[in-house]
Design a protein around this ligand. Structure first.
Ligand SMILES: *Cc1c(COP(=O)(O)O)cnc(C)c1O
Length: 401
């Protein structure tokens, strides 16, 4: 999006503010489906947890995607947004059997990643087809918090436990209609992905009634000019060839599924903040903005690096700034970063603010959560109001003393 447009939107809706560009979401969706256009049955399930605003879900539904969910609440939001139950997959971790049963009752595809739950579910509901999430034990991903495929990860059923899975399936007569893996975010090397895929194919061979193979997600997106990213086009070519061979040997045309979150929405997002003050210390120039890790926690949680542009002064001389928040705890967004000269009241735009940003926000320090705007058809649409004082009191029960 143009900096001028963003600045206008900030002036109209105030700050801090999340802005999403619908066109970027659409082009990313098309990039992925084009990379796999030789696959007869392709299913892209958007990982709702990345950005769950209902208008975003509706837009992604309109593109033809399905939905990947991790809680019954996400399932309900998906249904509310218009996704059909059979276009939703439920891939939870550590939730109760009761929640899985409730979701299954809605007609949503269940994905189980725990032997005990598999056995209980299969015994009670042998007729409901289930997908199995395996752990291929491939170390991938940019950060241990988002890498979920390693040996001591809590995610998935270990490939070393496949004999157990087979015994449960045989005993319960349950139907396994899919196999799945998701090895973590920010995978750079497509060979790592292809290697993990081989493990998934080997697992798939054990099951006779498959309808789909779900390769999860974890595509890396660029965070700055010239940054490395997953080469989706090359990956598409290689995996398509391999998938076709597998289907031929398997004797059935299966659906190839993905569930990208970050890939679809990360780059669509901008987080607009206003500079409250400039603080010069003996060593550093701080730009203090009207937000903190209450609204954008990824830099502190994952060490993620969001590009920051001064859209109020895009032609100004560059200087070094540390961009920090207003929370009474360390909330550093950027350390000694080159940014066009900043003065009080300037609007700074954080890039890659579509995935895991608003959705991880909180009311810490009793601040209101930001508003959200969708830029669609050359127009700004407010898709979430800024919170108000009433929201802080909502659900609190006051007692008198
Ligand atoms: C979070 C998650 C995703 C999405 O991961 P991205 O890195 O955002 O693409 C996909 N599948 C599952 C099971 C997840 O938990």
């Amino acid at each position: 999006m143009q900096q001028q447009q963003l600045l206008k939107i900030a002036n109209e809706y105030g700050s801090p503010l999340y802005v999403y560009n619908a066109q970027k979401i659409e082009s990313q969706y098309k990039r992925l489906t084009n990379a796999f256009d030789k696959v007869k049955k392709l299913k892209v399930n958007y990982a709702a947890k990345a950005l769950t605003n209902v208008s975003i879900l509706k837009f992604i539904n309109s593109l033809g995607a399905g939905l990947d969910t991790v809680s019954i609440q996400e399932v309900k939001l998906g249904l509310h947004a218009g996704f059909k139950a059979n276009d939703i997959i439920f891939t939870p971790n550590g939730v109760s059997l009761t929640e899985i049963e409730e979701v299954a009752k809605l007609g949503v595809q269940i994905n189980i990643d725990n032997l005990a739950i598999l056995e209980q579910f299969g015994s009670k509901h042998p007729k409901i087809p289930v997908c199995i999430r395996i752990n291929p034990h491939v170390m991938a991903g940019g950060n241990t918090n988002i890498s979920v495929g390693h040996i001591d990860s809590k995610f998935g059923i270990s490939i070393h436990q496949i004999p157990h899975i087979l015994r449960i399936v045989e005993n319960t007569k349950m139907k396994i209609n899919g196999v799945h893996m998701h090895t973590g975010s920010d995978i750079l090397d497509i060979d790592v992905f292809l290697y993990a895929s081989e493990i998934l194919f080997n697992t798939a061979k054990h099951f006779d009634n498959l309808e789909f193979i779900d390769f999860g997600s974890g595509f890396k997106v660029p965070y700055k000019e010239g940054d490395i990213e997953t080469n989706i086009e090359e990956f598409g070519k290689k995996l398509t060839t391999r998938f076709k061979t597998f289907c031929k040997n398997y004797g059935k045309e299966l659906t190839l599924a993905f569930e990208p979150g970050k890939f679809l929405v990360s780059e669509s997002g901008y987080f607009l903040t206003k500079v409250n003050s400039i603080k010069q210390t003996t060593s550093t120039v701080f730009a203090q903005v009207d937000t903190g890790f209450n609204h954008l926690i990824r830099p502190m949680l994952y060490g993620s690096r969001h590009e920051i542009e001064n859209i109020s002064n895009p032609k100004g001389n560059q200087r070094f700034y540390s961009v920090v928040g207003y929370i009474c705890e360390t909330d550093t967004f950027a350390n000694n970063r080159r940014i066009n000269e900043i003065t009080e009241g300037d609007i700074l735009a954080f890039k890659n603010a579509g995935a895991y940003c608003f959705n991880m926000s909180s009311n810490y320090n009793s601040r209101y959560r930001p508003a959200e705007v969708l830029w669609y058809n050359n127009k700004a649409h407010l898709i979430r109001k800024r919170e108000t004082f009433e929201d802080l009191l909502k659900n609190q029960i006051e007692i008198s003393f």
